[in-house]
Design a protein around this ligand. Sequence first.
Ligand SMILES: [Cu+2]
Length: 83
Amino acid sequence: MSAGTITIASFAFSGPVTVPAGATVTVTNTDSADHTVTGDSPGQFDVRVPAGQTVTFTAPAAAGTYAFHCSIHPDMHGKLIVR
Ligand SMILES: [Cu+2]
């Protein structure tokens, strides 16, 4: 079961979402364009979310606030809180 969900709509991320360390995070993309959820610091997480689809990724194992962006649309920013 997913611990939290990030929704992408109209080229914006919902959130911030808070999840336990190492949890499964669901990302639902309601747009007609592909997006990514990419941690601002390399190696955190990086998942591509095709248009209209839902994917999951594993939250970092360390608590903290993780800023992320879309690597396709650099103006899109969000935050994932791990605790
Ligand atoms: Cu995007």
